[in-house]
Design a binder for this molecule. Structure first.
Ligand SMILES: NC(=O)c1ccc[n+]([C@@H]2O[C@H](COP(=O)([O-])OP(=O)(O)OC[C@H]3O[C@@H](n4cnc5c(N)ncnc54)[C@H](OP(=O)(O)O)[C@@H]3O)[C@@H](O)[C@H]2O)c1
Length: 292
């Protein structure tokens, strides 16, 4: 099987570059090899590799910046995935595309299922939703995996790394308590995608699937856990005090869903194995950071 990985330098992309080779020959393309803001390059890049599956881990992920940069966000999150899916279809390949909990408005109070109505609150979510629709319209053999609150040791920027940096510099940190979701380790996403791909192809299981780690946390809970685990692994001597604040006290350009827990029911049945709890995966990620 030949796999074409797009976005190989992102936090999920770097993990996929490690997990996918057990399935076959992987060609990994970073932005340097394929710039998704150049739509005319996409079809030729896919065609030249003749893959069996395209995996798209690239995205415009700067949620706040997207509010004032909607054209570029739309190009990378909506137009490019549609072109990738079309190019995959043209050479007989399936596509796995990654999407987000931000397609929901967060007004629900129980886990979002794949069939629940979408209603993104900001430009990032709107462009990601448009990307899902473009992928599905262009290639019937597409699987959209929605995930949330992603962090990884290899990521350039994420909440865990920000909290660790702040923890070394400040005595206290204010973190919102009224947004709830599930922190999800990039390695677990890559590992699950690697388990899902053969099923996707062999059993024709396409459509949308939600994957996060298990459990539920607020950003405040997550920050507190980061400091507890980091201290246990000697990454921090004296953790800062974590002060819970309301979202309204920390205004940002983009609105975020207040509740974006994704239902694990469908993916659990597909994977047929337990999904790691967010806290145990956080511990493993910090161990990876501590090893350096
Ligand atoms: N991060 C989260 O909390 C989160 C939550 C829910 C869903 N997701 C989704 O999960 C997927 C993976 O996210 P992630 O956290 O791994 O994101 P990430 O670390 O920001 O990686 C995104 C990758 O996309 C690449 N990229 C951006 N613009 C590009 C362009 N014009 N051409 C080619 N590549 C481009 C980036 O390249 P450079 O390395 O050159 O910048 C980067 O490698 C995305 O679909 C994202 O929407 C993420």
């Amino acid at each position: 099987m030949k796999l074409l990985l797009v976005g190989s330098q992102g936090q999920v992309g770097q993990e996929l570059a490690q997990t996918l080779p057990c399935l076959g020959n992987v060609v990994a393309l970073s932005r340097e090899h394929l710039d998704l803001s150049q739509p005319d390059q996409i079809a030729a890049a896919v065609d030249s590799h003749q893959p069996d599956i395209v995996i798209n881990a690239a995205a415009y992920t700067a949620v706040d910046k997207a509010e004032s940069d909607a054209t570029l966000a739309h190009q990378i999150n909506a137009l490019a995935p549609g072109l990738l899916a079309q190019a995959a279809a043209d050479c007989g390949a399936a596509i796995l595309h990654i999407s987000t909990d931000y397609v929901f408005d967060g007004r629900q109070s129980y886990p979002y299922q794949e069939t629940d109505a979408t209603s993104p609150l900001g430009v990032y979510g709107q462009t990601k939703l448009a990307g899902e629709q473009a992928v599905q319209a262009a290639n019937p053999r597409s699987l959209i995996l929605r995930t949330a609150w992603v962090y990884g040791a290899k990521g350039a920027r994420n909440f865990v790394k920000t909290m660790l940096k702040v923890g070394l510099e400040q005595r206290s940190v204010r973190v919102v308590f009224d947004q709830v979701g599930t922190p999800t380790w990039a390695y677990d996403i890559a590992d699950s995608i690697t388990a899902l791909l053969p099923q996707m192809v062999d059993n024709d299981s396409y459509g949308i699937v939600h994957f996060t780690n298990s459990g539920v946390a607020s950003w405040y809970d997550f920050a507190t856990a980061i400091y507890e685990e980091a201290q246990a692994q000697d990454l921090l001597n004296t953790p800062p005090t974590v002060v819970p604040i309301a979202t309204a006290e920390y205004p940002l350009p983009a609105l975020r869903p207040a509740y974006s827990v994704l239902s694990p029911l469908k993916v659990s049945a597909l994977l047929n194995r337990p999904i790691p709890h967010w806290r145990s995966s956080l511990r493993k990620m910090l161990r990876e950071l501590a090893r350096g």
